[in-house]
Each structure stands twice: as C-alpha cells, then as structure tokens.
Design a protein around this ligand. Structure first.
Ligand code: ATP
Ligand code: MG
Length: 241
C-alpha cells in the first residue's frame, strides 16, 4: 500500500479509501462497495465534509430510538466493516443492539470474514450466518437474514443500505434508521431516521453524543439538510474568483 503523507490536503479521505481497498483485499468489502463509497464522497463535498446540525440531530434521535427499542439490530455490510469495525461494536454495546452481517453481494466467505473482523474488535455474538429467514419482497440472496436477528427486530439500523431492502424492511413494519450521505437516495427518503453524514463521523459521534428524546420530524430534517446543501452551493458560487 502506498503511504499517504499526513500533509496531503486530502489525507483523511485518502486514508478512508485505503481502508476500503484493504477491505477488498481482506475479502470483506465488495468491489461494488468502492463505487458506492465514491457516490457518498461526492455528497460529502456538498456538506463541507463535516457533521451538519441536522445530522447531529438525527444521530441523537437515532440513539434514543435504539435505546427505547425492545430488540434493535445493527446491520453490517462490507463497507461498514472496513470503515468503522471498532466503532460499530462500541455503538452496539452502548445501545444494547445485536450485530448482524447482511450483504447485498452475499457469499459465505465474506460473511465469515466480516464476522471475524467484528469479533477481533470485541463483538461477542454476530448474527447473519444462519440465514434461516427471508425478508419478504426481495429476491433470494438479498432477502436472507437471521430469524432471531433482523427478521424479529423492531428497530434496524442499516447504514449505507440499498433502497430496495430499506423499503422491504419498512414494509415489515420495522423502524428503520440509516446513515447515507446521499439525501436523494431511496434509502434516505424511505427511512424513519436519516442521518446524512459520513459513517466515519456518524459512528464516533453516536458513541459520544447524548440521546435526544424530543420531537423529531424526519421529513422536515431532510428538507433542512437539502436546503443547507443548496445554500452552501449558492454561497460558494458567489465566491468564485
Ligand atoms: P438507493 O438504492 O437507496 O437509491 P444507492 O443505490 O445509491 O441508493 P447503494 O449504492 O445501494 O445506494 O448504497 C450506498 C449508499 O451509501 C449511497 O447512497 C452512498 O451515498 C452512501 N455512502 C457510501 N459511502 C458512505 C459513507 N462513507 N458514509 C455515508 N454514506 C455513504
Ligand atoms: Mg441501490
């Protein structure tokens, strides 16, 4: 791996990419996951690569929802496992949630590698291997989940998720929380709580933040997020030299 000098203006972003490339080499992340990350990065530019106020609010509300849930599950894919393996285990501990590996590009090997990675980072139990239940309305592989994991959860945290599965989980009556840098994705639009932030900031924030138990309207919050992005672009357009 090429060493990235700390002085490089895009140091953080390059380190993050390196973690994903390593994830591919370790058999954790899919190649398509690299492309999905690129789509996310583009939206991070529009945010100014920071946690905006609406994201902080959604992060605090998501914490409250998971703490209040009877059976919360955090869904882990290859990008999440490569980017925040230790953080996601700490977050699961904090809110007392189960961890389940749930992949779009599902292979037995990748499930096992991710389970290993999470255990190396302190996870005691990792769901997802049994795959003894199916989310209705999805084609076979993508539908697979554990009966005592995602299938029976009341609240699922699905960071960096695909729109189809988000909608299918909603149709099962579950409360769905997501992290998605793209506020225009189907996932972002269909979740109950949408955190528009980079997962590398969202997870450490959620470990640190206090939960917010007050009123929260996801549609209003999303609308403010889009407005913030648009206003930032307009303000930048006025400064072009
Ligand atoms: P949808 O199916 O929901 O309309 P999509 O097909 O773009 O959206 P996927 O590629 O299935 O979504 O999932 C990846 C999503 O995760 C993208 O919307 C992308 O913006 C977002 N994403 C990628 N990397 C990150 C990251 N590091 N932090 C937060 N979000 C990210
Ligand atoms: Mg998709």
């Amino acid at each position: 791996m090429v060493e990235v000098p700390e002085s490089h203006p895009r140091y953080e972003s390059l380190k993050t990419r390196e973690s994903l490339v390593e994830g591919v080499e370790k058999g954790i992340t899919s190649k398509a996951g690299l492309i999905a990350h690129g789509r996310g990065e583009m939206f991070d530019y529009l945010l100014g690569e920071r946690t905006v106020e609406t994201a902080e609010k959604a992060e605090r509300k998501a914490l409250a929802e998971m703490l209040e849930a009877d059976d919360p599950v955090i869904s882990i894919n290859g990008n999440v496992a490569a980017l925040v393996p230790a953080g996601i285990v700490s977050l699961a501990d904090k809110v007392d949630a189960k961890l389940e590996v749930n992949l779009f590009h599902r292979t037995k090997e990748r499930i096992e590698r991710i389970e290993e990675e999470l255990k190396k980072n302190g996870a005691k139990e990792v769901y997802g291997k049994k795959a003894d239940a199916e989310i209705p309305g999805l084609d076979h592989d993508r539908a697979l989940c554990d009966e005592d994991g995602i299938f029976s959860a009341d609240t699922v945290f699905v960071p960096l998720e695909d729109g189809d599965r988000t909608e299918a989980l909603k149709d099962m009556g579950k409360k769905v929380i997501t992290v998605d840098l793209n506020p225009l994705s189907r996932t972002a639009k269909s979740a109950d709580i949408t955190i528009v932030d980079n997962i590398i900031r969202a997870v450490p924030n959620m470990i640190e933040f206090e939960p917010f138990y007050g009123e929260f309207d996801n549609k209003d919050n999303m609308s403010l997020t889009l407005k913030g992005m648009s206003e930032r672009l307009i303000s930048l357009s006025e400064k072009v030299e």
